[in-house]
Design a protein around this ligand. Structure first.
Ligand code: HAM
Length: 434
């Protein structure tokens, strides 16, 4: 086969069936779980004013190196960016619409970061995201973590860990920053070039450095936990108590600062032990008590998370759970007459909520049976000249579960018969308004 002239851009992928179906199922599962916890779906644009995303922080890679920003064709041109994450966009929407608080919302879709592509790290990747805006009750922190954990577990994942930390509040942060800066200054000569640059913008993010030369300095750095003031410490204790009350295991990770600048107080991350170290974060989040204000809104606390859909599916593969569901088609209609019967029978079955498919192009019986097998359907409904003359359909059990593997039924009984045999599926017919 000739090399294709165009390929999906580096760091992006085509998601084909059945993987595409599995992703849709994953998002549906997420929607069900968070819907039952009182979260409603919102949808924000794929691109925003660049300024929205600059709030993620000028010392973060997301802003300095990875932004897909561009000027559009308006006069004067607007400086826009493809969204690298959803939190800043959702806060922008909050400020614009001022909904009643707490605003419990979720969102899903593609994000864009100009990263170095590798397994589990893409330039276009999908997230499911959840936010609670307008409360700083630590039980909100517990709730979002519990919902994420419930979602992972619902997929069958077990091989993952939760790490939590507090980055302090406006009272405790300055004292800690001074101590941290002192420590980093004392080791200035040994720090990597990159960490020196990061230190000038946000010393906290030096703790996130993975560079070997920084490791010793990071390991001996003062930790926020020793500097938490009364209120921030009480908030963190309430979070820990809440998690314990729900039986959720966690480890306190004093150097968990995460890759975005807007975090205050709670931060957390879920890591899968089934995935390779540097791409093992399957989700993370935290509080952003100043972000809404930074975007021009009233002082409003918030907390949320984003879970990486691509990585979760890799973790599911590694743990051999949440396989693609092949059972979308119940009946494959094989019609070797003029195929009008296939048209009508498929339509009737589909209207009754039964998955039905057929072949096109008037193919031979053998070719149609092959397609029926490949479709994953449990039954073939065969209509040949004899059946057409007798007004019947021959039902063949393709998986051999039915005792009489093949039997003839009246053509008009097919919907009733399939409804009787197949597990219940909801009808897709919409109720009429009048
Ligand atoms: P984040 O840690 O940047 O947080 O991303 C969340 C998750 O998205 C990661 O844990 C990972 O699973 C996935 N992810 C990130 N980058 C990539 C990539 N290049 N390829 C594949 N997957 C990736 C946020 O985005 C915050 N907005 C989370 C949040 C919500 N904080 C508060 N509310």
């Amino acid at each position: 086969m000739a090399e294709p002239r165009f390929r999906a851009p580096r760091g992006t992928r085509d998601i084909l069936p059945p993987e595409s179906d599995r992703r849709r199922d994953l998002v549906t599962r997420f929607a069900e779980i968070v819907g039952r916890a009182g979260y409603s779906e919102i949808s924000t644009p794929i691109f925003e004013d660049l300024g929205v995303f600059l709030r993620i922080g000028e010392s973060t890679d997301v802003v300095t190196k990875e932004m897909y920003d561009f000027r559009d064709k308006s006069d004067p041109p607007q400086h826009l960016a493809l969204r690298p994450e959803l939190t800043a966009a959702i806060c922008r929407a909050f400020v614009e619409h001022r909904p009643t608080v707490p605003w419990k919302v979720w969102c899903e879709g593609p994000q864009f970061r100009y990263e170095k592509p590798q397994a589990g790290r893409y330039r276009q990747f999908a997230q499911v995201d959840l936010e609670v805006i307008g409360t700083d009750d630590p039980h909100a922190d517990v709730e979002v973590i519990a919902v994420a954990q419930q979602f992972y577990q619902s997929l069958g994942l077990v091989d993952f860990r939760l790490a939590i930390n507090s980055l302090g509040d406006h009272e405790s942060r300055p004292g800690y920053m001074a101590a941290l800066l002192n420590h980093l200054e004392a080791h200035r000569g040994d720090l990597s070039e990159q960490s020196l640059a990061t230190m000038a913008k946000n010393p906290l993010r030096v703790l996130d450095s993975k560079r070997p030369e920084d490791q010793k300095i990071v390991a001996s750095a003062p930790v926020m936990a020793d500097h938490l003031g009364g209120a921030a410490a009480a908030h963190f204790t309430a979070l820990c108590d809440g998690l314990s009350a729900l039986g959720i295991e966690y480890e306190v990770s004093p150097r968990l600062v995460r890759g975005l600048d807007y975090y205050t107080r709670t931060t957390f991350e879920f890591a899968s032990d089934a995935l390779e170290g540097s791409q093992n974060a399957i989700g993370g989040g935290g509080r952003y008590d100043r972000l809404v204000e930074d975007l021009g809104g009233p002082p409003t606390p918030g907390i949320g998370f984003a879970l990486g859909v691509d990585r979760i599916l890799l973790a599911c593969d590694a743990e051999a759970v949440f396989p693609a569901d092949p059972d979308r088609i119940d009946v494959f209609v094989v019609d070797v007459t003029d195929q009008t019967a296939a048209l009508a029978v498929c339509a009737e079955l589909r209207r009754a909520g039964i998955g039905a498919d057929r072949s096109f192009g008037g193919r031979s019986m053998k070719a149609q049976m092959k397609l029926a097998d490949r479709s994953g359907a449990r039954f073939a409904a065969i209509i040949g000249p004899d059946e057409a003359a007798a007004g019947t359909v021959t039902l063949r059990d393709l998986r051999g579960g039915d005792q009489d593997r093949q039997r003839e039924i009246p053509r008009d009984d097919i919907v009733a018969e399939m409804t009787r045999i197949l597990p219940t599926t909801p009808t897709t017919d919409q109720p009429r308004l009048s």
